[in-house]
Design a protein around this ligand. Structure first.
Ligand code: ZN
Length: 257
């Protein structure tokens, strides 16, 4: 799928995580602050230079959502597409103010994925490559949260977290690993349709591992505290993606039962 992310991408994703002092995929830490007027999706796509990137992101958005609409068509869950908001610097989301330092995230209150184009700029500039599959993986992970929302999984987990605060982090990890697995399920579908290029899957696995809690913690604090994990270790995250990719079956992503 376009130019590969490769090793350099892994490093850059990690470097940005360090710079911001948090996991770039830390997309569940947003406290709901009431629904506010959301801007039009793609409003940031006003410069010609951004068009190819925005087109690629739009392609992935549609492809992931078509895939889930098809997968869920035989289930009791009706697929409603999420919307994507591309922005720069900061924006109001249904889950409160969003800033580029927060990294991409999904807001269940307005069913939108928020992606900062500046974040992808950094990836591209430091990489000297577009890192297409890293972007695709990020988006597929966020849309995995949308699927969880449609299926009511996120609400169930939040309830469990409230009644078992001591297990809140562990439950968060399970939710995140399921989203990684769902991203893998989509990647499986792209392989079936022969849209994958050699190296794409390795790039996704590398990116998933790079944002593992253990890697982030080791680099930022020099030590690893498993109890504070909220997204899973490098091995857990890449394994979850791989499980979805190899099975193509969302049933294999049942990390929560
Ligand atoms: Zn996530």
């Amino acid at each position: 799928m376009g130019k590969g992310l490769g090793i350099g991408g892994t490093v850059v994703v990690l470097a940005l995580s360090l710079l911001f002092g948090r996991n770039l995929f830390n997309d569940l830490g947003v406290e709901p602050a009431g629904v506010s007027a959301a801007p039009a999706p793609m409003s940031a796509a006003d410069s010609a230079a951004e068009e190819p990137e925005v087109q690629f992101i739009s392609f992935v958005l549609d492809d992931v959502q078509r895939t889930w609409a098809s997968i869920l068509s035989n289930s009791g869950t009706r697929f409603q597409p999420a919307r994507l908001v591309l922005f720069r610097n900061s924006i109001d989301s249904g889950c409160g103010p969003a800033q580029s330092v927060m990294g991409p995230f999904y807001c269940p209150l307005d069913e939108r994925v928020y992606l900062d184009l500046g974040f992808f700029d950094e990836l591209r500039k430091r990489l000297g490559a577009s890192g297409d599959f890293a972007q695709a993986y990020v988006l597929a992970h966020e849309l995995g949260h949308h699927v969880q929302h449609l299926m009511g999984t996120d609400a169930r987990v939040r309830q469990l977290q409230e009644s078992n605060p001591s297990e809140a982090n562990q439950l968060s990890v399970l939710l995140e690993l399921q989203a990684d697995c769902y991203a893998g399920v989509w990647a499986h579908s792209t392989e079936q349709r022969q849209k994958l290029e050699p190296g794409d899957v390795d790039e996704a696995l590398g990116a998933a591992a790079a944002v593992g809690d253990d890697r982030i913690q080791k680099r930022t604090t020099g030590r690893i505290n498993v109890d504070s994990f909220t997204h899973g270790s490098a091995t857990q995250r890449s394994s979850a993606f791989k499980r979805g990719f190899e099975s193509g079956d969302p049933g294999s992503c049942d990390t929560l039962s």
